[in-house]
Structure formats: structure tokens, C-alpha cells
Design a protein around this ligand. Structure first.
Ligand SMILES: CC(C)(COP(=O)(O)OP(=O)(O)OC[C@H]1O[C@@H](n2cnc3c(N)ncnc32)[C@H](O)[C@@H]1OP(=O)(O)O)[C@@H](O)C(=O)NCCC(=O)NCCSC(=O)CCC(=O)O
Length: 578
């Protein structure tokens, strides 16, 4: 780009920055009011809000880098970077009963957490009640047990849902759990139309990597389509999908595979919306993303920057999005669980801090930092606090949030960003090619990415590719080509054992008792009517959200709702082997 083009961009950036500073940045905790946004180094030297090429310089390929707040958003979504609003500290938490988790949430919010993020236990994630024989031994263990709307009410007791953005990590039974959240908000007297938060919902990555599915893909996608339509029409600030690369990466994918499979899944949901005749500018802002921050610092930063650029380009050029919000890739990041080690566990604090720094330098919108003991158990209160404080040290002390995209223009980071983008484009082509195989010679599938994803799920392509990468990494570890401190090098240790959180069996007994009491106290005819209405909607293809809400209001349980749908749609069985 020539010098004049670069200067014109700088002027547009300046105008946006000045306007934001005058009015104050929008939105929730961390948003800065208008006024003095001056920042200095620790030594007192003033800092610009962003740095770019020297005036008069020509930079080849600058249109791919650009300025923060402007297409293709490589350098971030906002002209103000984190000066306008810091990232959301959103710690994923949940264990035991709803009462216990409610206390942890109050601790997190009291200690400066900016939003909530619910972790559910395995029975809930699989759409089973706590009294289901298959739930035995799992209730409340890897997250909180939620059986019905009444549990959701307890989970958020004294936490006004209208004021706190709440993320819920659940995908198989996401929609009934969302209905329980809405009913809990109704019972609090909140204005449901103004709720703000995120539901994970992303079922593609379940078939691809995490393997916690319930139903076959087609009916499940119809249900997700209903959810997208409901939210974009009735609860516009709520994000019904968090398209997730985290689980893909944690299963062993490379950075480029994580990026490409996740964005392809995102394109699949865009095609779902378009196939239902929805307006892309209306529903696309409801798609958000969730990535892993692994330990290779610069590769991760490049991945985040490439993610924003690819998404903006595809949304504009392929899917016809015209508004900023429909072109923006907004993402949450979690530091890499797989990088944590049971050996010398205190080193995990350092790993997490480095990974969190990569997420911040990559412009994450929201962040979870893992606790040092998470490879052994759910975090203890002390470990959870250190994880939260790690973000606060980055945010408040280090100065890394003073300047937007501080690594922009680094030869290394820009080259990595370009490379990872090119790798992702190659993978999109492979996915489209698989989609083409689903239609007769020479014809194009109507929704090429979706066709490729469904084919790749069915024939085990994604799973095989990820397994291959995981195998290559494991071999490199075993040969010592890749190193992990305390595991294959520097093994001697003086650090002692950790106190870990244990969830006792009394949690299960108490949850089953409470569930029994709720079932005994409800109007069974109303429950049966609610479930019947929902099944009828599943059968005739009409909207599922309204009838499901009725069932939830009648205190139908998650297991009852999912069993009714399993009866109608069947269960998914993975066909592929590799
Ligand atoms: C979009 C995100 C990513 C973040 O949402 P947040 O509300 O926190 O932040 P946000 O939308 O970026 O910002 C809030 C508002 O401030 C505005 N805003 C932000 N920065 C600004 C700036 N500099 N200037 C002006 N405005 C700004 C935004 O546009 C928005 O306003 P508007 O609202 O007006 O636009 C959302 O989807 C989210 O919270 N995701 C979290 C997902 C999650 O927690 N997942 C956990 C998975 S855990 C898991 O899967 C388990 C893994 C395992 O361990 O196994």
C-alpha cells in the first residue's frame, strides 16, 4: 500500500478513536468512561494508543494488516483496543450442587470477575438426570448438576441475570438448558428480551472432537436453527452459538487445524441461517468463537489475528455480510488444559500466564485462565483465585493492554499470521472438496461447507486428521524433540503435594433427593402436555423453542426432555473407524 493509503487509514482510525474517547466505550464491566485515556510506560513515557508505519513509508501488503477497528480487523475489532474496554475476565466454574456453585460465582464476581461461565457435570452434558443409573458416580463431579429450571434458579440466586453476562458451556442439550436459564430469568423478574450471554451449542465440534453428542446431525441442526432464529428475533444481545476450537485443539489438532475446522464450523452455521432465509446481518452477530491458547506463544497470537481476518473476508465476500458486527469475529479464549502437567504443578501458573498473554496480544474479547491444579481435579478455591489474579496482573500491572495490537507489523508475527491463514484456506478447500463428493459429477452442493463438514464427520476424516496430528506430537515428545518441563526434561522437584478439591458422594445423594422432591411436587399433567407439545413440534418441523419452554416451565427435567427427543430423532452412533 502506498504512503497516502496508509495515512488515510491512520486518519480514519484517529477519528474513530477520538469519537470513542469522547462518548466513552460501550458495554458492561471494564468499559472506560469518557475522559483521560492517557497511558504511559512504567517509567512515565507517554504511549500512543496504536503504532503503525512511519509517515511516508510504503508497506507491501498493508491492506492485510490495516488499523484496529477496520476491515479486515487483523489488528482488532476496536480502534481503542483495550483502552476502550478491557477483555472480560470470565472464569469457567461449576461443581457439586447448584448451591455450592452459586457460592463460587459470588466469590468470582466479588473478586473482580467480569462475567459468569457455567461448567456442567457429565450427566447434564449428556442430557441425563441425576437419578439416571448412568449418572451414578458422576453427579456434580466435573461441573454443576442441573436437572430442571428449579436448579437453575438456585444456581443464580441473588445474581441478577439481567445484569451479568452469562456463558453456558453445553452443546448436546444446549437448547433445553437455555430454556431453563430463560425460565430462571423470568422467575427473577428479569427482562428476558435484554439478556446477554453465550450458549456454546456448537454440535459440529462434538462430532469432530469432543464426542458429547445426543442426536444425529440433521435434526440437531434444525433445533439449532430454531434457537438462532429465536435469539436473533427475541433476545438480540444473546449469542446462541460459541463455535469452539478449544476441544478440537485439546484433542490434538495443530493450530491451523483448530483455526480452519472452527471457522469452517462457523461457516456451516452461517449456511444454516441462510438456508432458513434469515438475514445474515441480523443473525451473524450471534455467532461467537472460542479458541485455545496453547503454549507456542507467537503461533497462537498469529492464529487469533488470522482468525479475525479470515472471518471478516469470508463473511463479506462469500456470505454477503455488510455490517461490522456481522463481519466481526469475537472470541473467548481458554488457556490450554493439555499443556498443564501433574508433575511440578506450580509450573502451571507460569504456563497459564504465558498463554493468557498470547490471548491478550491476539486481542481476545474474553478470557479464562486455568488453575494450576486442573490436571488433577476441579480447581480449589485458592487455585481458582490465583488463576483469576493472573489475568488481573496482566491487565493492571504489565502495560500490555495500553496499545492496540502491539505486535502488529512485526515481521515474524505478520509472516506467521499470513502462513496460518494460507494453511487454513487449504483446509477449507479440502472440506469443500469432500462436500463436492456428496453430489453427482460437476454439480455444486447448495451449501458447500456444510456438505463437506457432514461428509467429514460421517467418514471420520476430521477425527483421523486430528489423531494423526496428536500422534505426531506425542512421538516428538517421546523422542525429546518437543520438551515439557518436569515431564521429559528437568524432572527433579522440591515442590510438595497439592490440596485438591474433592466432590463427595453426598452431593449425588442430595441432588437425587431434591430431584425426587421436585418431581413429587409438580403437576404431572402439565409436564406431560409440555413434553407432548415439544414432541409434536419435533415431528411436524415447527418451532421447538416455544413448546420446550412450556415443558421447562412445568418443571420437566432435562432427562425427560432429551429422552423424548431421543425417542423421536434417535441417537447418534459414530460410524467411522480409522
Ligand atoms: C463475544 C464473547 C466472546 C465475549 O462477550 P463479552 O460480553 O464478554 O464481551 P464483548 O462482547 O466483547 O464486549 C461487551 C460489549 O462491549 C463492547 N466493547 C468491547 N470492547 C470495546 C471497545 N474497545 N470499545 C467499544 N466497545 C467495546 C462490545 O462491542 C460489547 O457490546 P455489545 O454487546 O453492545 O456488542 C462471548 O461470546 C462470550 O462471553 N463468550 C464466552 C464463552 C465461554 O465462556 N466459553 C467457556 C467455554 S469453557 C469450555 O468449553 C470447557 C473447556 C474445558 O475445560 O473442557
Amino acid at each position: 500500500m502506498d504512503a497516502e493509503g496508509i495515512e488515510a487509514g491512520r486518519r480514519r482510525w484517529q477519528a474513530r478513536y477520538d469519537a470513542a474517547r469522547e462518548r466513552g466505550a460501550a458495554g458492561g464491566p471494564g468499559a472506560k468512561p469518557p475522559g483521560d485515556w492517557t497511558r504511559t510506560t512504567l517509567s512515565g513515557d507517554p504511549l500512543e494508543p496504536v503504532y503503525g508505519p512511519a509517515p511516508g513509508d510504503t508497506v507491501r501488503g498493508f491492506e492485510r494488516i490495516g488499523w484496529p477497528g477496520e476491515f479486515p480487523y487483523t489488528r482488532g475489532l476496536y480502534a481503542t483496543g483495550y483502552r476502550g474496554r478491557s477483555w472480560t475476565i470470565r472464569q469457567f466454574a461449576g461443581f457439586g450442587t447448584a448451591e455450592q456453585t452459586n457460592e463460587r460465582y459470588k466469590m468470582i464476581l466479588g473478586a473482580g470477575g467480569g462475567g459468569l461461565s457455567v461448567a456442567f457435570d457429565m450427566p447434564t452434558l449428556m442430557g441425563r438426570d441425576s437419578d439416571d443409573p448412568r449418572s451414578l458416580g458422576e453427579v456434580g463431579h466435573c461441573g454443576v448438576a442441573i436437572d430442571s429450571a428449579a436448579d437453575m434458579e438456585v444456581l443464580f440466586k441473588d445474581i441478577p441475570l439481567g445484569d451479568v453476562t452469562t456463558s453456558m458451556t453445553i452443546s448436546g442439550p444446549a437448547v433445553p438448558v437455555f430454556c431453563m436459564y430463560l425460565v430462571a430469568a423470568e422467575r427473577q423478574g428479569a427482562d428476558v428480551s435484554r439478556l446477554n450471554g453465550t450458549l456454546q451449542t456448537d454440535i459440529f465440534k462434538e462430532y469432530i472432537a469432543q464426542k458429547e453428542w445426543l442426536f444425529p446431525p440433521e435434526p440437531h441442526l434444525k433445533l439449532i436453527g430454531d434457537l438462532m432464529e429465536h435469539c436473533s428475533r427475541d433476545i438480540p444481545a444473546y449469542k446462541p452459538l460459541s463455535v469452539s476450537g478449544y476441544h478440537i485443539r485439546e484433542a490434538g489438532a495443530t493450530a491451523a487445524q483448530e483455526l480452519a475446522y472452527t471457522l469452517a464450523d462457523g461457516f456451516g452455521y452461517v449456511e444454516l441461517g441462510l438456508s432458513r432465509g434469515l438475514d445474515v446481518d441480523t443473525f451473524a452477530p450471534g455467532l461467537s468463537f472460542f479458541f485455545d491458547a496453547h503454549i507456542d506463544f507467537f503461533e497462537e497470537i498469529a492464529k487469533f489475528r488470522a482468525a479475525r481476518r479470515i472471518w471478516a473476508r469470508w463473511m463479506r465476500d462469500v456470505y454477503g455480510a455488510t455490517t461490522e458486527k456481522a463481519q466481526w469475529l469475537r472470541f473467548h479464549t481458554q488457556t490450554a488444559g493439555v499443556s498443564l502437567t501433574a508433575q511440578q504443578p506450580y509450573n502451571n501458573v507460569v504456563r497459564t500466564a504465558v498463554e493468557a498473554l498470547a490471548a491478550v496480544l491476539g486481542g481476545t474479547n474474553s478470557l479464562h485462565t486455568n488453575a494450576l491444579d486442573e490436571t488433577l481435579a476441579l480447581p480449589s478455591e485458592q487455585a481458582a483465585e490465583i488463576a483469576l489474579r493472573t489475568q488481573q496482573v496482566l491487565m493492571e500491572e504489565t502495560g500490555v493492554a495500553h496499545v492496540a495490537d502491539p505486535l502488529g507489523g512485526s515481521w515474524y508475527v505478520e509472516a506467521l499470521t499470513d502462513r496460518i491463514e494460507a494453511d487454513a484456506e487449504k483446509i477449507f478447500e479440502q472440506i469443500k472438496e469432500r462436500g463436492r463428493r456428496t453430489v453427482p459429477d460437476g454439480r455444486q452442493p447448495a451449501w458447500p461447507i456444510t456438505a463437506g463438514i457432514l461428509r467429514g464427520i460421517e467418514d471420520g476424516w476430521f477425527t483421523g486428521e486430528i489423531a494423526e496430528s496428536a500422534f505426531r506430537y506425542q512421538r516428538a515428545l517421546e523422542k525429546g524433540d518437543k520438551k515439557v518441563v518436569g515431564v521429559n526434561c528437568h524432572q527433579g522437584s522440591v515442590t510438595g503435594d497439592l490440596e485438591i478439591l474433592r466432590v463427595g458422594h453426598e452431593v449425588e445423594r442430595e441432588q437425587v433427593r431434591a430431584l425426587g422432591a421436585r418431581k413429587a411436587g409438580r403437576d404431572e399433567a402439565r409436564v406431560a402436555e409440555g413434553l407432548g407439545g415439544m414432541v409434536a413440534a419435533a415431528r411436524d418441523g415447527s418451532d421447538m423453542i416455544g413448546p420446550m419452554l412450556e415443558a421447562v416451565r412445568a418443571e420437566a427435567t432435562l432427562g425427560e426432555i432429551c429422552d423424548a427427543l431421543r425417542g423421536e430423532w434417535g441417537v447418534y452412533t459414530e460410524l467411522a473407524g480409522f
